[in-house]
Design a protein around this ligand. Structure first.
Ligand SMILES: *Cc1c(COP(=O)(O)O)cnc(C)c1O
Length: 399
């Protein structure tokens, strides 16, 4: 459902979740963001839009995804009963497609003919290129020149799907620079172009909109858990946090029940005293990509480069709603290192026969710390955000 499950968690009229969020964009984009806010608000109320969105989630993405009881992992960790929400079973292998489907339907509803996106490792680029192929729409994906070198396979995927991959050659030639190029493109072509953002980041209304397209994850958990355990709400939810979309998608329908402990796990890379991507743990409020949120920055306020073994968590910012959830204490944020994530990959692969994405492996590392402290009657749900095939080279190299 993309209904509003929690009125208190809607951003205010200026797009703020508490102290965080907003829309810090060039003047020319202000009307485009207003138009988008209105179009999304109308679409949510339109049964035809809802039917189209849910129909595609079912028949194209393959939803509902399974809720798998992790029997051997539960035995191994020796605490509460662990369930895995299987976003790895979505078409394209991760949760990102839920949002890409929602945004392309909105783009078509608004009469836009051209899609742009930014991508770091290429996963959001692939999800966007996929839905553009499905709807026959022109697609340009901006990607750092450095990332194009590192992620050749995803570049080939996007090209096969008919997208044009444009290298961003400024700065560090990574995601931050690709995002700047995408914003520049949007400013130039705002009339016919829709910018599909890949996580709960960016200017208002993107953080709330992307979240709403992912709350289906948590909604399905409620239904399946009721069926399997006779209650809708687990005791603990765990998810990894890059920009924060898979985490907010599973947390959101449960936030109004204070008895559900929500835990987000960031990437601490080489360790909190080395190169890392632990934005909520060690960042400070600042503005990146159109929103005020926690941000890794140096003493002069310049954005620091993030580091994580997992490309999807290798981002110096985080969605503004997470900044707010941290500030209010509603969600706990932990971090896991590259090494701990590798242990997480091994743990899930060996006990359950599921090779997780390196991003997901950070949540598993958090789980391995938390689960042994819980009692056998507690229910824990881990969001298995993606499958590990894309990471096999990195995994093989690290092992
Ligand atoms: C992109 C990605 C993430 C990180 O993005 P969020 O917006 O934080 O969810 C996590 N897991 C997988 C598998 C991804 O592809």
């Amino acid at each position: 459902m993309i209904e509003e499950t929690l009125t208190t968690a809607q951003p205010d009229a200026r797009g703020y979740f508490g102290d965080f969020g907003g829309a810090f964009v060039p003047e020319i984009l202000v009307p485009a963001l207003e138009e988008l806010t209105e179009a999304f608000s109308d679409a949510k109320k339109d049964p035809a839009f809802q039917a189209r969105y849910h129909g595609l989630l079912r028949d194209y993405v393959g939803r509902p995804t399974a809720l798998t009881f992790a029997e051997r992992l539960t035995e191994r960790l020796g605490g509460g009963r662990i369930y895995l929400k299987r976003e790895d079973l979505c078409h394209t292998g991760a949760h990102k497609i839920n949002n890409a489907i929602g945004q392309i339907l909105l783009a078509r509803r608004m009469g836009k003919t051209r899609i742009i996106a930014e991508t770091g490792a290429g996963q959001h680029g692939v999800a966007t290129a996929t839905v553009c192929a499905r709807f026959g729409m022109e697609c340009v994906v901006y990607m750092g020149a450095e990332d194009i070198e590192r992620q050749k396979l995803n570049v080939h995927r996007m090209q096969l799907l008919g997208a044009e991959v444009r290298p961003a050659t400024s700065g560090s030639q990574t995601l931050k620079d690709a995002t700047n190029e995408a914003i520049r493109d949007w400013v130039t072509n705002v009339r016919d172009t829709f910018y599909i953002i890949g996580s709960v980041v960016g200017p208002h209304p993107y953080p709330a909109m992307v979240r709403d397209f992912h709350t289906i994850i948590g909604e399905e958990v409620k239904v399946d858990l009721e069926d399997k355990e006779g209650r809708q709400d687990p005791d603990i939810l765990i998810a990894c946090v890059g920009g924060g979309s898979n985490a907010i998608g599973i947390f959101h329908p449960f936030l109004n029940n204070p008895d559900v402990r929500c835990i987000g796990v960031e990437a601490s890379g080489e360790g909190l005293d080395g190169r890392h991507a632990a934005t909520l743990t060690l960042g400070k409020p600042g503005i990146l990509h159109g929103a005020l949120s926690y941000l890794l920055q140096d003493a002069e306020g310049q954005v620091d480069l993030a580091h994580s073994i997992s490309a999807g968590l290798d981002y110096p910012g985080v969605g503004p709603e997470h900044a707010w959830l941290k500030q209010t204490g509603r969600v706990e944020y932990l971090s896991a290192t590259d090494d701990e994530a590798m242990e997480g990959v091994k743990l899930l692969s060996e006990t359950e026969g599921i090779i997780p994405a390196l991003e997901t492996a950070h949540a598993i590392a958090g789980l391995a710390r938390i689960a042994p402290e819980t009692s056998p009657d507690e229910l824990i749900v881990l969001n298995c955000s993606g499958r590990g095939d894309k990471d096999m080279q990195t995994i093989a190299g690290a092992l």
